[in-house]
Write a protein that binds this ligand. Structure first.
Ligand code: PLP
Length: 377
């Protein structure tokens, strides 16, 4: 069963959660005109709000000093554990401004639960759902003027945790820092959604059995950067990885899960094998497809099945999904011995319908029938 299905609601009210955070406002807030300009034309991940949330941990006292403080550089001892052994995890979420001005986020308890699972795998301390949701709520309330409005604009939230002990020995760090930073983002696709081309890599793997593939950690991204460059050298925008054991089955992209739509209306996605990251978007899409009456099959999907299906017309659409781009249609799959166009290189109709449905729920244009939204401000 999907671990995302077992969600915990925070035990306390928003007010109780944020009361734990000491808000220490910056002495140099960004002037409103400058802020408005930054929000109007943001380039992904380059502009940050005035504050960040922070909680410190040590093995004696546990989590201490919950605070909202001025956004700024971290001072690190050169021996800080994360710089040597990559003991680090992160999350990616968004805050959406609805038409009435209120600000909401999407399934934060699922991200909190995944963050705790990632922490466990990376031998970092568990952060409670309350602290996770409380930190993003307190930060978004402090920097609420930074939440953009407008179609597909949002405030991207990046919670992360790293091993902060200055110590070169190889064992779990006895100190850690948890932070949340926030960055206004515009539409992922400027000029409308357009299909991407994917290089299916047979040389490199993202994750192996028993590794960290199902944890959201920086190390997985480090190992996916070179294959991403290789994909670009082959004229593709993104890379798709196969299972490391047999190089037979589809796994996922460097930071997005994949779905395959069949002509008979059924939809397939790679099963959670331990080396695939369980996306919140993936699980939400499975739910929306099931609601529409589509048969959704989670299984090991041989690449050869997908290629044969594209050739004989039984595979009609392929798409990738994740918080940043929501859903990205895939118009072309290429590899060392094949180069296939899918659906004439156009975005598929089910792909776009599900994309619209999900973004409508997130932005308050459609009813939140599954209770996925949580108000932040
Ligand atoms: C974050 C991530 C995803 C997408 O997860 P969402 O929760 O949908 O944003 C997929 N694959 C990898 C490797 C990721 O790191």
């Amino acid at each position: 069963m999907s671990t995302l299905a077992a969600q915990h609601q925070p035990s306390s009210s928003e007010e109780d959660l944020i009361a734990l955070f000491d808000v220490r406002p910056t002495d140099a807030p960004t002037p409103p005109a400058e802020r408005e300009a930054a929000i109007a034309a943001p380039k992904f991940g380059t502009v940050f709000t005035d504050h960040m949330a922070r909680i410190s941990w040590n093995s004696t006292d546990g989590w201490v000093d919950r605070r909202i403080e001025k956004y700024g550089p971290l001072l690190l001892d050169p021996a800080t554990a994360v710089l040597h052994y990559a003991q680090e995890i992160f999350e990616g979420m968004k805050a959406y401004r609805h038409a009435d001005g209120s600000v909401w986020t999407f399934r934060p308890e699922a991200n909190a639960a995944r963050f705790a699972r990632s922490a466990h795998r990376l031998a970092l301390p568990a952060l409670s759902v309350d602290d996770f949701v409380g930190s993003i709520t307190a930060l978004v309330r402090t920097d609420v003027d930074w939440v953009p409005s407008g179609d597909e604009a949002s405030l991207y939230l990046r919670p992360f945790m790293y091993a902060s002990e200055a110590f070169l020995g190889v064992r779990p760090s006895l100190e850690a820092e948890y932070l949340v930073i926030a960055s206004p983002v515009g539409p992922y696709f400027s000029g409308g959604v357009k299909p991407v081309s994917i290089w299916v890599d047979r040389e490199y793997s993202r994750a192996g059995a028993g590794g960290t593939g199902d944890a959201k950690c920086g190390g997985n991204y480090a190992s996916s950067l070179l294959p991403q460059v290789v994909a670009q050298q082959h004229g593709c925008e993104q890379v798709c990885f196969l299972d490391s054991g047999t190089r037979t089955f589809l796994e996922e992209l460097g930071g997005m899960n994949v779905f395959v739509v069949k002509a008979d209306g059924s939809v397939e996605t790679p099963e959670l094998s331990g080396s695939i990251l369980e996306g919140v978007t993936r699980s939400s899409i499975i739910r929306l497809l099931t609601d529409r009456g589509h048969d959704v099959v989670e299984r090991r999907i041989p690449l050869t099945d997908v290629l044969a299906g594209i050739r004989d017309g039984s595979v009609t659409e392929v798409f990738a999904c994740g918080t940043a781009a929501v859903i990205t249609p895939i118009g072309r799959l290429a590899g060392s011995d094949f180069d296939h166009t899918i659906g004439g290189g156009e975005a598929g109709s089910l792909t776009m319908a599900i994309r619209a449905e999900l973004t409508d729920i997130q932005t308050g244009r459609a009813a939140d029938r599954h209770g996925w939204l949580r108000r932040l401000a």
